[in-house]
Design a protein. Structure first.
Length: 238
């Protein structure tokens, strides 16, 4: 694949390393508006773009990919309020896009386990649930996109839960998400169901960024030759 990397931070560099090791070609790295102006023609020759930038510029970057007719894998989070509009633009324009809150294979399997556990807990009203997530101090959003996905998944399965909040709560219709930012921690997510008698915990701990980079590369390869709007369920379980 000829890959364009948008956002040349730690994730972008990790993706580049894996891509080169796998025999792919990174033909351009975009990390600023000046890069777009300088390398726009080269960008249009990419087979796929992988975007890990920031919430401030992700929408503009996606539209630039659409305009260049380059399929794009988006890993930036904290722009969920624009997701439906972008999805409609993608489909109506016959573009190609892949979006996930987390590209780790393990995290996505973890989320499926959490959904199944929540379904089992729907009839167990004596159990409450809480989430915690820990990431590096440079992470821009809080709670993490993955924590939001986990919480919304639980809400979809448990009738007594209506919303999540980013703090501890004693409200029976809320799920509390506790966010921690510590040093260079890649990411840890913990779901705890608890009663007066016992606790059930499921946990995912990322050891490094490699798992996220591998997932993004898999998504990039998955997009080749396709049109439409895709996510990790399509890649892993479709």
């Amino acid at each position: 694949m000829k890959i364009a990397i948008i956002g040349y931070g730690k994730m972008g560099k990790a993706i580049e390393t894996l891509a080169l090791e796998a025999g792919h070609e990174v033909i351009v790295r975009i990390d600023s508006e000046e890069d777009w102006e300088k390398f726009g023609n080269t960008f249009s020759k990419a087979d796929v773009a992988i975007e890990f930038s920031s919430p401030k510029v992700v929408i503009a970057n996606i539209h630039k990919c659409f305009d260049a007719n380059v399929p794009v894998v988006v890993g930036t989070t904290a722009w969920e309020n624009e997701l439906q509009n972008i999805r409609e633009t993608c489909l109506s324009g016959n573009h190609t896009m892949f979006v996930a809150a987390n590209y780790s294979i393990g995290v996505n399997i973890f989320n499926k386990i959490s959904l199944h556990l929540a379904n089992l807990m729907n009839g167990q009203s004596n159990y409450e649930v809480k989430l915690s997530e820990t990431h590096h101090i440079h992470k821009a959003d809080s709670p993490s996109g993955t924590a939001k996905v986990l919480a919304n998944g639980i809400i979809s399965q448990v009738n007594r839960k209506e919303k999540w909040v980013n703090h501890e709560t004693s409200q029976s219709d809320e799920i509390g998400i506790i966010s921690h930012r510590v040093d260079e921690v890649p990411g840890t997510h913990l779901v705890t169901w608890f009663s007066d008698e016992d606790e059930i915990e499921i946990k995912h701990t990322a050891k490094n960024r490699i798992g996220f980079a591998k997932g993004a590369l898999l998504a990039a390869g998955f997009l080749i030759g396709k049109k439409g709007f895709f996510g990790m369920d399509d890649l892993l379980f479709g």
